[in-house]
Design a binder for this molecule. Structure first.
Ligand SMILES: *Cc1c(COP(=O)(O)O)cnc(C)c1O
Length: 414
């Protein structure tokens, strides 16, 4: 097969506006982490989200600055979702604070509100003070149960940072993801809903909060003719070149979301009557952007190719454009997807189709579980889903014909 089908690839606007705005930046010598594209992109985001937005170098940087904005300091505890990409947790450690991992509920796969409240009460009892922030995640675009999470946050007076890096444009009732908590996080990495090649944003509660985030993103410089520093800052601003791409991408953001939802609908219909495969659907009243469509395989399901699963060490990164991974000869860990899941991944891969296991829960990652001995409040849900789940190709580069082929390949394999 000539063409590989990838999980989620960047897709430029038909009019190639990205190129126009990038070229403008070069032609006018606005090749800097500020300029007309940055201003225009921020304005588009502000119009989309209805709140002040600062664009940044990455979503990870946005998480870091949101935690600082929430007042997180060394030694503090932050309640984050265990079932997520590492960038929901790593920035907590940048501050010298401690992630407290909260497991998921089975409906949305996101932060379990009941466990969240149990954790808050238990931390209060053990530490004599409350955690500083709560960081729920829009996993694969699926909105978390924000109503319940916000009610708990208000009850205990804890700041909420929504990690909507995967949830650009997802909605709960009329509300758009990332605008419900005090702060919201977006990512414009190459594989996300819209891209700037690499980038992110922080959605802020006020113009002052936005200014302050940008001040931290600009090395926390005081107003003097020379460089005067009274706080530690970071170099986290977005380049005017990247913002040019973002400006073009915003013209197709709604089309991208509609396409991801369309692809999800095709998978949902196709797997609706297949024994042993469950499509992960949205709850009534919620609208996922279906950044990635995901399925669960029943552990008893036999899949062609599962004899090949875990027989050879992996070369390079599986999924994503990440070129650099540390090599090794190990094949197994003590927490890995079931054989049939890995078998299906290999079968799809041989047919030129990229798929990927779900995010491995943070409370099972050696860095947090073994090295940092992070506290986790678990119910087994995320681990069980991780063992059974697979992400399927979902972006605007995935056509109806591609989806047909992927579905056929999966049905043939089972
Ligand atoms: C992608 C992602 C981030 C971080 O975004 P980058 O732009 O890659 O730094 C944070 N949280 C989640 C859940 C993500 O998927």
């Amino acid at each position: 097969m000539a063409e590989r089908i990838y999980l989620s690839l960047a897709h430029m606007s038909e009019a190639a506006l990205e190129k126009k705005y990038m070229n403008e930046a070069v032609d006018t010598n606005w090749v800097a982490p500020l300029g007309p594209n940055v201003d225009a992109f921020e304005q588009q985001l502000q119009d989309f989200f209805g709140k002040p937005v600062a664009v940044l170098a990455s979503g990870t940087a946005a998480v870091h600055l949101a935690l600082i904005a929430a007042g997180v300091e060394p030694g503090d505890e932050v309640l984050t979702q265990s079932f997520t990409f590492c960038a929901s947790a790593h920035p907590i450690t940048y501050i010298g604070a401690h992630p407290i991992f909260i497991d998921s509920e089975p409906d949305t796969w996101n932060m379990d509100p009941q466990l969240l409240e149990e954790a808050i009460l238990d931390r209060k009892k053990k530490k004599g003070r409350l955690p500083k922030a709560i960081l729920p995640v829009y996993l694969y675009g699926m909105p978390p149960k924000m109503d319940e999470i916000m009610a708990i946050a208000r009850k205990y007076g804890i700041t909420v940072v929504e990690d909507a890096a995967e949830g650009f444009g997802s909605r709960i009732g009329g509300q758009i993801g990332g605008t419900i908590g005090e702060y919201g996080i977006l990512s414009f990495n190459g594989n996300k809903m819209i891209t700037t090649s690499g980038g992110g944003a922080i959605i802020c509660p006020s113009a002052e909060a936005r200014e302050r985030a940008l001040w931290y993103a600009t090395q926390a410089r005081e107003a003097y003719p020379y460089y005067q520093h009274e706080a530690i800052g970071y170099n986290y601003r977005m380049s005017n070149i990247c913002a040019g791409i973002g400006r073009g991408q915003m013209t197709v953001a709604r089309d991208h979301i509609a396409h991801h939802r369309h692809v999800a609908q095709l998978y949902k219909e196709a797997f609706g009557d297949v024994d042993g495969i469950t499509f992960h659907d949205e709850l009534p009243g919620m609208e996922s952007n279906f950044w990635l469509s995901t399925i669960l395989l029943d552990e008893k399901l036999k899949v062609k190719g599962e004899e090949q699963a875990y027989t050879k060490p992996i070369q390079g990164a599986v999924g994503g454009a990440a070129g650099v991974v540390r090599g090794g000869d190990a094949i197994h860990t003590d927490c890995e997807p079931n054989r049939n899941v890995e078998g299906l991944r290999l079968t799809l891969s041989a047919a030129g189709i990229e798929s990927r296991p779900l995010w491995k829960p943070m409370h099972r990652q050696p860095i947090y579980q073994t090295s940092l001995k992070s506290v986790a409040y678990v119910n087994g849900v995320s681990e069980s889903i991780f063992h059974r789940g697979l992400c399927l190709p979902s972006g605007p580069m995935v056509s109806d014909e591609h989806v047909d082929m992927i579905i056929r390949c999966i049905k043939d394999a089972i």
